[in-house]
Each structure stands twice: as C-alpha cells, then as structure tokens.
Design a protein around this ligand. Structure first.
Ligand code: ADP
Ligand code: MG
Length: 722
C-alpha cells in the first residue's frame, strides 16, 4: 500500500502514473496530485438518463440497459475495420449492437448478462442499431455512476485513464491541514470541505452534488481574489504618499475657466479626489460613470491640483486618437491657467518627440498626455505626482504600474470607459476606491435607438442624406476592415452533453449574416450611393498619423460620413455627429454598442442610433431589443456581463487579476454569474475584510496557505504598490 498522497505529491506517486503519463499531464499543467484534483471536468455525461429502444429515442445519445441475447460475431469489413455485432433486448424490443475495432468486446459481452450501453440510437434496415461508446456490466452489487465526468484532454490521454488517476487520488489523498479555506470562512459561507468538493465534482451522484462542489470552488476563487485586492488595498493605505496642501487644492481659479458648472455628481467626485490628495496616503481611485457623464473634467481638476502643488501629471489613453482628443480638451482648460500641456504619441516626428521629452524632463510640462508611449524608457519625468489612466480595462494592471513606477508613489486616478458593474469592479479593481458619477450633465438628450433589417436599406440611406443635408455628421460602424472569409462556426452538436460553464448564446450555431467591411462599404457610398457627400474611412490598420488626420477632419466638419471599425468606440467627442449606424449589430457586445451610441448625442441636436441586423437568432434579437429600450449604461453592462461573461470588460488586460480569472477557464462563465449575485459577492468581500482585520499579514497557522495563494495571484496587483 502506498503512503497517503498529499496535494503537493508529484503525480508519479499516483498508482498507474508512470513517466509517460506524467509528461502528458504536464502538458495540461498538472504536476501534483493537487493539480490533478483541480483538473475539473468540462461537463458530464448523464448516464442516468436511461431510455428504451423506441422510435422516440432515435438520434438520442443516452443509456440503454439491455440484456445480451446472442453471441457476438466479429468479422473484417472491406475497409479493413474489425466489426463486432451482437443482439440485445430491453424487455420490449431488440437492437443490434455494433462495435468497430474493439477486439476485446467479444469477450465482454456474455449472452444472458445485462449491461448499460451508452451511445446513440439509430435505425438501420433491419431495426434499431446502437453503437455504444461505453459498455458497463450491470450487477446487483455495484451502483453505476449516473454522471460521468468528461475532462479536457491532451494528446495520448484518454478519459478513462484520467478518470482512473483521479479516482485513485480521491481515495488516497490526505487534505486535512492542507484545506485552503479557513474553517470560520467555510462556516460563514456554508461551504463543504475541500475534500468533499473534489468528490462532488469528480464523482457526483446527482446534480446537487455537482452544484455544491462547484459552488465551493467558485466561492474559494472569489475569496482569494477578494483577499488579494483587499490585501493590496490595505498595504497601500499604510504607505506614505505625497500630501498635497489643502490651500493649494483650492479650485476657484479652475471653476472660473470652465465653460460649464460641474454637476453635483462631479462635485462630489472632485471632493473625494481632493480628500485623497490631501490625506497623506497615495490615492488609488477609480472614476466610474456612464458614457458622457463627464469623467474627464474630474481628471482635469485633479491635474490642476497636482500642478498647484508643484507636481507633474501624466495622462495615459489607450489610443492615439483619444490621447489627442484629451490633449485638446486639457489644453483648452488648463493652458488658460498657465499650465503647459504636452502630447507624446508614437506617430510624432523625432523632432517633436525630442521637444516633448525635454519639456517633460526639465519640468516645464505640467501635464503630459499620451499613449503607452509614455511608458517608454526615455521618458523621464521631473516630479510625477499624479498618474491618470483613461479607459482602464484596456490597459493591463502592469502597464498602469509601470507608469506609476516613473514617479515616487504618485497618486493614481483611473477613469473607466464603460460603466462597469459594481460587482465586477470589486473583483477587478477592488484595490481601488471607487467614485461613481451617477448623473448626466443637464440638457442631454436621449439618443433614439432603432433596430432595422436589410429591408430598410433605402429608407436608411434617405435618413443619412437628411442628416447630412441638415449639416450634421454620421458615423457608420462595420465589424471588419476588409472582405474576409467568415470563420466557420463550430457546429459540433453537444446537446447530449451538460456543459459545465453554460455556453453563452454566442455559441449558437446560427448561420451568421455576411459581414460588412469598412473598405467596400465606404467605396460603395462614395461611388454609388452618396457621390455628393464627403465620406472617409478609418480603421485600426492605418497609421497613427493617418488616423489622426481622418479624425481631426471629421471633428472639424470636413467629412460628412465616417465609415469605421470600433476604433471610434472609446471617448471620441464630435458634438455635431447626430447619427450612429452599426452594421451587423448582432456581432457586438452590448457594452460596446452602448459605447458606440455614446459617440452621438453629445451636442444640442437630436441624435439617433440605428442598429442594422439581419440575424434571425432569438438571443440576438433580445440583445438588440435591450439596446432599444435601455439607456442606462450600468444596466446594459450588467446584462452584458450575464450574457457574455467578463471577457469584454477585461479584454485586453493581458495580466493581473483578469488574466487570473481567465485561466480558470472551467469557471469563467460561472464567475460572471456569481458577479451578478451581488449579495454573495458583498458577503465574500466582507469576510475577506474581517479576516484581514483579525490577521492583517495572514501570519496565523490557519491562514498561511491563503497567504501563499496570495503571493501567487497578487504579483500584478502588488506591483501597483512597489
Ligand atoms: P466621459 O465620461 O464619457 O469621458 P466626457 O468627460 O468626455 O465624458 O464628457 C462628455 C461631454 O460632456 C464633454 O463634451 C464635456 O465637455 C461635457 N461636460 C462634462 N461635464 C459637463 C457639465 N457639468 N455640464 C455640461 N457639459 C459637461
Ligand atoms: Mg471619456
């Protein structure tokens, strides 16, 4: 009898796992017995679903409990395959069992004995045919598993072999003191133990067990995330930062030059920022607000305070277009206050760059605005006091941290592009304090939204013409840049399979409508539809300088119709644009559509958003309908999160907590579901907070394992501290 296994025992300690299997497991990232138990099933075969041999069940993959009535006969068919046939009976009807290339099956099938066959029932010329994927003897003494796990595999490993290894591990592992979750926390959340959870997940007897096991692992994951971000937050609160003087944070001069009055929401956020800046600890604050709610001016206010206190401010935007726009906006307010603003983006000439770099280094630049070009090594600040990043989820946490490291514990302000559901903000950015702008500036008009099909093309063109003739401008967004093959949809039929993470409706096997592309679309407008209007196109494959020229021409009213990919999605502000048309609207996430819609309705004229879609899919229709009836970005974001998971919100952050979440692919979608369970999430955060209150450094015996986990997950978050 081998010794008990521990979580960190190498897989080779598992009975039946030699060098070769160990290498195959390594491909899946499995090195220890503990890793193996965390190799969660993709789903389960419901073998408890026992059917009878009847017309109704043709085409179904299910279990059939049958008694073998004849002797199995094996022959070689022309293709060279070995064919084994055998008659079986369910008490009412008979079928022929058919196996290919299963040499030993003949010796398994004993006339008179009963088996559970799992497979798909079909109809042949002379009756029912069953081609079993598994054949298990039914005996009185042994209960057959109803739910059989299906694991992600790699070349060479079979479901059977991985199941054997996991079963052996389950029977021989000693979790005991290795349990991740402190007992108190488990009790507070009424979770089963880790050992139980492994059993529930890998050898469930019913669906409730699967659910219970899964719930435990999800809570564990969220708990570790909560602990990680809160630990980082507490760490930051202990740091000494730049203490701005309250006097020098007086805002009167700033308000004087603003072309409008701040809304109450903006005033509240500005106060929160002032409190942070004068507190003595480094600020780390997220401004969350709907599209157009006016986040930028709060950031400007912060930059103003930083300047008055003798510090530089860096503003980092995700695209060059946006950086230039911020530059213009910041200049228009801050230059009148004698604060020099400097732009730094990749497409500037060497001479321009050199000039900018000099101003940054000698301190004559008060506010430096740019793209990730700001991160480049030759950028040396002379007293960086505040780092502002816009549209945070597009940057990795590490990029944010890298900019911060150019100063000595600068204050940090993050503006979110899209409204982020509070739950997700907690998970992704729980190390930040959060300010919410929950009111729009007065006088905003609602952008009327319509969903139309291709049949409306003529009328749509008429509508475009009308807007342009009235002196307004139009955006048209297409999902792709140039004509391309649509990647074949995965049409694998898995209806007999209970997936672990419910597929989102995007996995629908609907034949997708043809994709519109920017290049052909614009050519057609220019040559055929609207030769009399000024059209332009823009997409991500153009150089920064080209994009900039096109965007500024549009902003200056030199273009009537701009055909674009989603590069115009974030932040662009052209108040004279009154119509947004989105082609193949079914292809976009709701938050993305909301962002796009936010590009219009920014001036005083009535604006419209028209979503064009020929998709017949029910869920696409539902999503688009949600756009038509909902204008609240937070509600849309929450809905989007439920439908698509957190992917869109953490899309390009190539590191950090977001990435960590994605790695746990088994539960990816489920986490989104948990995100929507606000009360559970709040509870988990409360528990994490109170645990840190009791044991701030997680030094106690029981919490030590958690601390190790933290050290693994927190590298990204912790970088913000160092
Ligand atoms: P977002 O929150 O989407 O980044 P912006 O900061 O770009 O929004 O603001 C959107 C528009 O609203 C800008 O043109 C800005 O000048 C204007 N704006 C911001 N605050 C106010 C206000 N208090 N009153 C009137 N207009 C405002
Ligand atoms: Mg913005």
């Amino acid at each position: 009898m081998p010794d008990k296994l521990l979580k960190n025992s190498p897989v080779t300690a598992i009975y039946g796992c030699g060098r070769k299997k160990a290498d195959q497991l390594a491909v899946l990232g499995i090195y220890t017995a503990g890793d193996l138990l965390r190799h969660f099933p993709r789903g389960y075969l419901h073998k408890g679903d026992v059917r009878e041999l009847s017309e109704n069940n043709i085409g179904k993959t299910a279990s059939f409990v049958l008694t073998v009535t004849g002797t199995a006969v094996t022959s070689r068919i022309p293709s060279g395959k070995l064919l084994t046939k055998c008659k079986a009976f369910d008490g009412m009807r008979s079928c022929t069992l058919v196996y290919y290339n299963q040499k030993y099956i003949k010796s398994v099938l004993i006339p008179g004995n009963t088996y559970r066959f799992w497979g798909k029932l079909t109809r042949g010329k002379s009756g029912f045919i069953l081609n079993p994927l598994s054949t298990e003897p039914v005996t009185a003494s042994k209960k057959l598993a109803e739910f059989v796990p299906v694991y992600p595999l790699t070349n060479g490993l079979t479901q059977g072999s991985i199941r054997l290894l996991i079963n052996f591990t389950l029977d021989n592992i000693e979790i005991g003191a290795g349990e991740f979750m402190p007992t108190k926390v488990r009790e507070e959340l009424s979770l089963c133990s880790e050992a139980e959870a492994y059993r529930y997940i890998h050898k469930p007897e019913n669906e409730q067990m699967i659910e219970r096991g899964r719930h435990r692992f999800l809570c564990e994951e969220l708990f570790v995330l909560a602990l990680t971000v809160r630990y980082a937050k507490r760490g930051r609160q202990l740091l000494k930062g730049k203490k701005f003087s309250t006097d020098k944070c007086a805002m009167n001069d700033f308000y004087e030059v603003l072309p409008f009055r701040l809304t109450d929401a903006q005033t509240k956020v500005t106060k929160e920022i002032t409190n942070d800046l004068t507190s003595g600890n480094p600020m780390a604050r997220l401004i969350s607000g709907d599209v157009g709610s006016g986040k930028t001016v709060c950031a400007m206010a912060a930059a103003f305070m930083s300047f008055r206190n003798g510090y530089q401010t860096a503003v980092m935007a995700p695209t060059e277009i946006l950086a230039r726009q911020h530059f213009k906006d910041f200049c228009s307010v801050l230059q009148t206050l004698d604060i020099e603003c400097v732009l730094l983006v990749g497409s500037m000439s060497r001479k321009e760059k050199a000039e900018a770099l000099e101003k940054i280094a000698d301190g004559s630049a008060g506010v430096i605005i740019g793209t990730h070009a700001l991160l480049s090594e030759n950028v040396a600040f002379s007293g960086l006091g505040l780092v502002i990043t816009d549209e945070q989820h597009r940057f990795g946490v590490a990029q944010r941290a890298s900019l911060q490291s150019k100063g000595d514990l600068p204050h940090v302000l993050v503006m979110s592009a899209t409204p982020i559901p509070r739950t997700l903000a907690l998970i992704l950015m729980g190390d930040l304090d959060i300010s919410v702008i929950d009111r729009m500036p007065a006088g905003r008009q609602k952008t009327d939204t319509f969903v139309v099909s291709e049949r409306y093309r003529q009328r749509l063109n008429g509508f475009i013409a009308k807007q342009v003739q009235q002196g307004h401008q139009v955006y048209i967004v297409c999902p792709s840049v140039e004509a391309q093959e649509d990647p074949a949809e995965d049409s694998e039929n898995e209806s007999d399979f209970i997936p672990f993470a419910q597929r989102s409706d995007y996995a629908e096997t609907e034949k997708m409508p043809e994709l519109k592309n920017v290049i052909e679309y614009e050519a057609n407008l220019k040559n055929n539809v609207f030769p009399e209007f000024r059209t332009a196109l823009i997409h991500g494959k153009l150089s920064g300088a080209e994009k900039d020229k096109i965007m500024s021409d549009f902003a200056d009213g030199k273009t009537d119709i701009l055909v674009s990919t989603t590069v115009i999605e974030v932040g662009i502000n052209v108040p004279n644009a009154t119509l947004m048309i989105v082609e193949n609207a079914e292809r976009f996430g709701l938050s993305q559509l909301h962002q796009l819609r936010g590009r219009v309705g920014r001036g005083s004229s009535k604006s419209y958003c028209i979503l064009v879609s020929d998709s017949k899919s029910e869920s696409a229709r539902k999503r688009l309908d949600a756009m038509r009836t909902t204008y609240d970005g937070y509600r849309i974001a929450k809905y989007d999160l439920e439908l698509r998971g957190p992917g869109d919100f953490i899309s390009l952050s190539a590191d950090g907590v977001g990435e960590k979440m994605r790695q746990h692919g088994n539960f990816g979608t489920k986490i989104a579901e948990l995100c929507s369970d606000q009360s559970l999430l709040n509870k988990i955060f409360e528990i994490a907070d109170s645990l840190l209150e009791r044991d701030p450094q997680l030094d106690s015996e029981e919490n030590r394992i958690l601390k190790q986990l933290l050290v693994k997950t927190d590298s990204a978050v912790n970088k913000t501290l160092n």
